[in-house]
Design a protein around this ligand. Structure first.
Ligand SMILES: Cc1ncc(COP(=O)(O)O)c(C=O)c1O
Length: 460
């Protein structure tokens, strides 16, 4: 039986071996949902690998090209195996990031006037933005509401059924705002109701085992730098072959075609994922996925998930203890207060003695001064933010319309009368986090709370 103490010992040794630079810089990094950190062994491996090879643009028959093609194919198989994707059912397309993978689906999905695009209110902008493709085709768009603790509110009831034209259901396996792990069963429910399902795994995959062969989404986007920090500029679309065949690409490009005849104005896309690989893949970067996957395999995703849960519990407990001298709450937490069905992403605002949100920039600056990396803002997830902060729709719309190109956060806050939080602080734990990182953040927060005065006194 593995104890939390065993896990702590394991991860401390891993940090000393792979992430020693954190301690060398006395840096408490708590922004894993922004980006993962690379281990030293990944960088060494890639350097040595590059130094020992001659590699050229893939898909030709010269030796440099063949070497690159072999590597890309090998890593593709490895990535699919890592995510439990059977090549008979799934194909994988390397992209520049998760956003590019989502765009491949959005721009090619055969939306029509009878389609429905149903998505969680809690979604990254890169999923939300698919609404614009759906709308342009005349499809109905529906956002599933959230509860006060930012879980999906009875999603089965609100989802409805697919429309008469191809319909898409999209949601994040884990929220990048609240850390909520949304129910994996929704994939099967939506598919049974006739939707194709797009699962955003960008915030989930870094610290949780992901097996698409079990949940079987039609499309899943992956962000590799979020999983293991290096290389940046690489993501992937995992797609069921059957669903991929239904997509209609809006163009062809280098790398995507079997043939083109300019004089006859014809082209034929490559079958399966090949038809979606716009331009030359990052064949040198793709090789570097291997040591990243090796590192995660060595750690073991169940162990990492367990460790992240333990660290989240420590942070949540510490946050719950932040109070003013008179016992009034010092913090508003956005999302679940316990570790059930949540990952290690935790968003909050400090509250001043009058119960009003302390601008997140103040907390971010204090953390920065103390060598603690947390993120401030809305994290590209306006739906979760609006729900979390309780932004009234009409007032928000009026302010946004009035400000237009003059929009700044300060003016938006002012327009909303300083009553409502605009932005939050997000701390996220990951593979290299140790207890001391969490405690350092809590110390910063206590110190800010001590000095947090009502806004009027700050002249804000
Ligand atoms: C949930 C979620 N989806 C999508 C993305 C976009 O990922 P990428 O930066 O790889 O495009 C992010 C990035 O923050 C995210 O957190």
């Amino acid at each position: 039986m593995v104890t939390p103490a065993d896990d702590a010992t394991f991860f401390r040794a891993l940090r000393a071996r792979e992430y020693a630079r954190l301690d060398e810089h006395h840096h408490a990094y708590l922004d894993y949902t922004g980006s993962g950190l690379y281990g030293a062994s990944q960088i060494r491996w890639h350097r040595d690998w590059l130094a020992a090879r001659v590699l050229g643009n893939p898909h030709s028959e010269n030796p440099a090209s063949l070497a690159a093609t072999d590597e890309v194919e090998r890593v593709k198989e490895r990535v699919m195996a890592f995510f439990g994707a059977d090549p008979a059912e799934y194909d994988l397309v390397f992209t520049a990031n998760a956003t590019a993978a989502l765009k491949l689906v959005g721009e090619a999905f055969p939306f029509g006037p009878g389609s429905r695009y149903v998505l969680a209110t809690d979604n990254h902008n890169s999923v939300g933005g698919i609404r614009e493709y759906a709308r342009r085709a005349g499809a109905e768009c529906r956002c599933l509401p959230l509860t006060a603790d930012l879980r999906l509110d009875d999603p089965e009831a609100h989802m409805g059924a697919a429309g008469d034209d191809p319909s898409l259901f999209a949601y994040p396996a884990q929220s990048n705002f609240s850390g909520v792990k949304h129910p994996p069963e929704l994939v099967a429910t939506a598919r049974e109701r006739g939707f194709r399902v797009l699962l955003d795994t960008a915030a989930f995959a870094p610290c949780t085992p992901l097996h698409v062969g079990e949940t079987r989404p039609d499309f899943a986007c992956i962000s590799f730098y979020k999983m293991f920090g290096y290389p940046t500029g690489l993501g992937a679309l995992l797609a069921r072959r059957e669903a991929l065949a239904e997509l209609t690409r809006p163009w062809y490009a280098g790398g995507t075609v079997d043939f083109v005849s300019i004089q006859n104005e014809v082209h034929q896309l490559r079958p399966d994922g090949g038809g979606f690989e716009d331009g030359t893949p990052d064949f040198l970067g793709i090789a570097a996925l291997e040591p990243g996957l090796d590192l995660l395999a060595e750690v073991g995703m169940p162990r990492l998930e367990r460790r992240v849960r333990a660290l989240s519990a420590r942070l949540l407990e510490g946050l719950a203890g932040l109070r003013h001298g008179d016992g009034s709450p010092g913090l508003a937490l956005y999302g679940p207060a316990d570790t059930a069905a949540r990952g290690g992403t935790i968003s909050f605002n400090l509250l001043d003695r009058e119960g009003r949100p302390v601008p997140y920039e103040q907390v971010e600056a204090a953390a920065r001064d103390a060598g603690v990396s947390v993120r401030g803002g809305c994290f590209c997830n306006p739906g979760a933010a609006e729900t979390a902060f309780g932004m009234p729709a009409a007032e928000t719309r009026d302010c946004l319309q009035r400000l237009g190109r003059d929009f700044t956060l300060a003016r938006f806050r002012e327009c909303l009368g300083h009553r409502i939080a605009v932005g939050a602080v997000r701390a996220s734990v990951g593979i290299a986090t140790v207890e001391d990182d969490v405690d350092r953040l809590l110390t910063v927060l206590s110190a800010v709370l001590e000095t947090a005065r009502p806004r009027a006194a700050l002249g804000d």
